[in-house]
Design a protein around this ligand. Structure first.
Ligand code: FES
Length: 103
């Protein structure tokens, strides 16, 4: 596998003991992860964009949190309905979705 252009971390409230329990999980972040995977595969971006689910980023009240590298952009309150816009705008066109960005 080659190094991806974008590495996307989606908080699913994963814990070290394998449990998923927490704020982002309660806000359907697992569905957000799944939607990202479907969108990336559907647009044939799997060589460029890697999706990883993670544990807590420590700002649960703004969750679900999505962090994008290499820019280090943090998105807040991401829903399933926001995923298509992030993929198209950020990963395909290189433009951050400012309405969701934590600044
Ligand atoms: S559980 Fe997602 S940021 Fe804390």
């Amino acid at each position: 596998m080659q190094k991806p252009k974008y590495h996307v971390f989606v908080c699913s409230s994963s814990r070290i003991n394998g449990q998923q329990k927490g704020y982002c999980y309660s806000k359907e972040s697992v569905d957000v992860v799944q939607r990202f995977i479907e969108e990336i595969e559907g647009r044939e971006l799997t060589d460029e964009v890697m999706i990883t689910n993670t544990g807590c980023f420590g700002i649960c009240n703004l969750g679900p949190i999505v962090v994008v590298y290499p820019e280090g952009v943090w998105y807040k309150e991401v829903t399933v309905d926001d995923v298509e816009e992030i993929v198209e705008s950020h990963f395909e066109n290189g433009e951050k979705v400012t309405r969701l960005e934590i600044v």
